[in-house]
Design a protein around this ligand. Structure first.
Ligand code: GDG
Length: 507
């Protein structure tokens, strides 16, 4: 299948961002770093950008020659930095600075695994029972955010454009603002923002909001998260919320709140799915699991093993499907591509055990000598292998119980370059705001509904599948990661222009 594209590319996005930043320095701040240095067989090796966002920002940073501030977690990271804790990257063509922040074990435990992943993560995904309110976590989060802010201040001049990423860094903008009143500060929050009722469960709700309101722009994936954020500000602070302009006046500053749904590199995903490496992967994988002759249909789930992704509920829905519709036994295989994640945290370890037990139970119950109902893959796959799985899957099962966006849904769509499959998508993902209409929409906890959704997806005519997928691909290509970069920076530039107009008018 072919698709329309916007024409936004890595190069055009980088040029747009450079033009919009004019001569101001761009600083990106994130927990994870874009390059890490590790020792392999005594030699220092460089690990490349992995995630889609990091890969998309890298060419932008190369063009604007900015600074990226992030946790240096590679085991050889300290060996390659200069006295200012900075290394120029990429190694083969150094064009921007990577400024590393060092975390000790207590910070990894308190700031990262603790407050970020055992307070903010469960809170924003509405799983407040999993919150662990250890006071040390908060202390560590505050201190570490200050360290990130110091690193930003050390590495920039008077009025940079600083772009914070995600929930690890909610407090850092306030420290940067105090020292650089003229900086333009933006923040993108990658996970859901909950309603005030839920957010109220966080003891430090005021400090969190105050940190984020130091930004000129706060971006979320969806309009719903923007509304929730404004509701929280209204309920918890004395800031003035202006719903018309979707902005907040606080401490003499104004913060604009915008939905900026993140996309993927859709053109790259389609190319990978059509490439020789994907074909090669599928030949081997299909033969190994008896899926190569096309008789057995394939459903696919891809994610980090996380309790927000709805894996247990999905397995239960599949079990009901095989139980109540025996015609799918021997006819439908589910491939569970679940990569280990945050396994230092108890809730993640126990999830892993329950998922393994559910898969064993289902396979014992329905499996035969020549058919395994659930094939589990726990290894990290190279991109072409993942693209091959997407391409060959008749059903892409994306059923989180909560998810900020879910890029897997978009990758699945972009990889349908041949006989198109069908996306089954949870209503409780950010992606459903853009893709819900043309996917088979399901509620992840309605197990019969998910089973029906899988049945419906497998029963659609070829014509219907082609139409739905063409519509989905148009969205995923038009609203890709480069379009996202451009609209983020165009929004920032419009806010900045407005700010100067207001100042000019008042002096
Ligand atoms: C957070 C929010 C939001 C997975 N296994 C392999 C692999 N992956 C890649 C996928 C995809 C990425 O990991 C997962 O992204 P998601 O968006 O699905 O989910 P989170 O990790 O929870 O991300 C989420 C996102 O931030 C961005 O804002 O959408 O809501 O929770 O890109 O492809 N990649 C490779 N091999 C694997 O085995 N190469």
């Amino acid at each position: 299948m072919s698709s329309d594209t916007t024409g936004a590319t890595a190069e055009s996005a980088a040029e747009t961002v450079a033009a919009l930043c004019e001569d101001r320095e761009l600083v990106v701040v994130s927990n994870r770093e874009p390059y890490s240095h590790d020792r392999e067989d005594g030699e220092i090796a460089v690990d490349r950008p992995a995630g889609g966002l990091t890969a998309a920002l890298d060419p932008v940073m190369q063009t604007v020659a900015g600074t990226w501030v992030a946790w240096g977690d590679g085991d050889a990271d300290r060996e390659v930095v200069g006295p200012d804790d900075t290394v120029s990257v990429p190694p083969e063509d150094p064009s921007y600075d990577l400024r590393r922040v060092w975390l000790d074990d207590a910070q990894v435990e308190g700031y990262y695994a603790g407050y970020s992943n055992q307070m903010l993560w469960p809170l924003c995904h509405l799983d407040t029972a999993k919150m662990n309110p250890d006071p040390e976590f908060w202390q560590s989060y505050r201190e570490t955010n200050s360290e990130f802010a110091d690193a930003v201040l050390d590495s920039t001049g008077r009025d940079p454009v600083v772009w914070f990423q995600d929930y690890h860094l909610a407090l850092a903008p306030r420290d940067v603002r105090a020292a650089r009143p003229d900086a333009f500060l933006a923040h993108f929050w990658h996970i859901p923002w909950p309603s005030w009722d839920a957010f109220h469960a966080l003891p430090q709700y005021e400090q969190l909001l105050d940190g984020l309101l130091a930004n000129d722009l706060v971006g979320f994936h969806t309009e719903e998260y923007c509304r929730n954020f404004l509701d929280c500000v209204e309920a918890a602070t004395d800031a003035r919320v202006d719903r018309g302009s979707r902005s907040v006046a606080h401490r003499g500053e104004r913060t604009f709140v915008r939905a900026l749904p993140l996309g993927i590199d859709a053109a790259e995903q389609a190319e990978l799915a059509d490439g020789d490496a994907a074909d090669e992967f599928w030949r081997e994988f299909g033969a190994k699991h008896g899926l190569d002759d096309g008789d057995i249909r394939v459903a696919l789930g891809v994610e980090r093993l996380d309790y927000t992704k709805g894996i247990e509920e999905r397995l239960a829905a599949l079990e009901r499907l095989w139980e109540e519709r025996p015609e799918y036994r021997g006819e439908l295989t589910y491939v569970q591509k679940g990569i280990e994640s945050r396994s230092g945290i108890e809730a993640y370890r126990t999830l892993q055990e329950r998922v393994d037990a559910a898969i064993d139970r289902i396979n014992d119950r329905f499996g035969t000598d020549d058919w395994t109902p659930v094939v589990q893959l726990t290894d990290h796959l190279p991109k072409p292998g993942l693209a091959a799985l997407y391409r060959e899957a008749d059903v892409g099962l994306v059923t989180p119980v909560r998810d900020g966006m879910n890029l897997v849904a978009k990758e699945y769509v972009a990889a349908q370059t041949r006989d198109p499959g069908v996306l089954v998508l949870s209503e409780l993902t950010g992606a459903s705001e853009q893709l819900g209409d043309r996917a088979v929409a399901v509620h992840p906890r309605d197990l019969d509904g998910v089973a029906d959704g899988i049945d419906e997806a497998l029963s659609l005519s070829e014509d219907e599948r082609l139409h739905r997928m063409a519509d989905l691909q148009r969205v995923v290509h038009a609203e890709d990661v480069y379009a996202w970069l451009e609209s983020t920076f165009e929004t920032a530039a419009a806010i900045e222009r407005g700010r100067h107009t207001v100042h000019a008018g008042t002096t």
